[in-house]
Design a protein around this ligand. Sequence first.
Ligand code: NAD
Length: 469
Amino acid sequence: MSKTEIVSYEPATGAEVWRGPVADIDETVARARRAWPAWAAQPLSTRMELMRRFANEVRKDAEKLAVMIAREVGKPLWEARAEVDSVIGKVELSIRSYAERTAQRKLDSALQGTMAVRHKPHGVLVVLGPFNYPAHLANAHIVPALIAGNAVIFKPSERAPASGEILARCFHRAGISAAVMQFAPGGPVQGAAFVAHEGVDGVLFTGSANTGISINRRLAARPDKLVALEMGGNNPMVVWDTPKLTDAASLIVQSAFATTGQRCTAARRLIVRDTMYDAVMSEVKALADRVIFGAPFDEPAPFMGPVIDNAAADGLTESFLYLLSHGGKAIKHLVRPHETLPFLSPAIIDVTAMKDRPDVELFGPILQVIRVSDFDEAIAQANATRFGLAASLIGGTPQEYNRFWANVRAGIVNWNRPTIGPSHAAPMGGIGLSGNHRPTGYYAADYCAYPVASGEMEQPRAMIGVGLK
Ligand code: NAD
């Protein structure tokens, strides 16, 4: 990749997928600034109708988009198809959410006349997308931002521009102009330039904590810019008493290894009651041994594909070796069958004996296991992280779940459900290093517009009643 060009490659084969020039930052921002007032002035019903047309365009291109996602980021085709379904589903949810969360309200008061609460768009928003859900997660910001009346500059992940381009074309074919929803390919350099640009009113970011922190730092003296950060996690899953071992193992394997562990909500740390340890871990290992990992279009379909690239596979391998050489005990080794391709097997490692466990997000198929003897210790271990995205309790009593819910610090707290697969009809965000208290999902409407309070009367009415000579 040069400074002026972006190239993406298929993780499963190494073949080139897409090549194109990076966006011109000043031109892109100027075009968006010119376009957004007219877009904001459209009736809300028009913007909503255009979003529905966009959903129809995605329906028409559904298979093309799914195939491209599968090629470009390596996820199995069945999973890429599910991602496209989420893109389509986001439209009706966003329409509902905008109406519910930013509804116009009028309060009548004899003294003050009418107090109206309405929302306005910010202006030009930059959406910085991650690679792991190259269509759905960018779209999860784009659709609510457009409905609210913002112009959007969409900079997809440099590792998935082709998927982003198909998505952008669906907006354009639906009748949303290429100035209101701009496709702006680029990498970190272009991302940082958009963040810092004077003509940009806000940044809607989904990606790693390190990048999120650098954006936050860059804008520390700019409280005028809207910043929504959706970042990573080091998510705990606690297994307590349950007779349903097969179901528990299925939830654990699903949470840790779906999307090859490349989900922000993936379970990274499995915290197991010691009396349950042998039974749980033998079920989990047996199921993980059955996981097929392979190329996205393989038959039979794999459960998981490769990780995004060789650099990621190298990093994960190094991290696994680090854990092993610092007291970790492998329950299932990380295997890389092809040296030059980023396929990795699911891996499980017991890190109970490790003294200083690194609190980092290992964005791949590595599950760390910690053995504990009482419930308070389980909660303390779950909270032993600076992140706070998702947490789940498997088993336990309703009273234990209540304690877990009340004491575990995370934006998603589940019971007998996986850590992954958040509901699109609920807020989706985390605390700590996982986000800046601007959850996306159903609550995206909240950060895409700002509320304006207006006291309104048809005629002026005198107010001063006392203190005059
Ligand atoms: P990343 O941080 O490498 O990149 C995300 C986006 O930011 C890309 O478009 C990239 O080009 C851009 N970028 C990189 N450096 C930048 C900079 N200095 N300034 C501005 N923009 C910059 O993330 P990734 O590897 O693509 O995605 C994986 C990460 O995303 C994981 O940490 C995962 O947990 C997180 N994630 C979070 C959520 C969530 O909803 N909380 C969802 C999915 C993924």
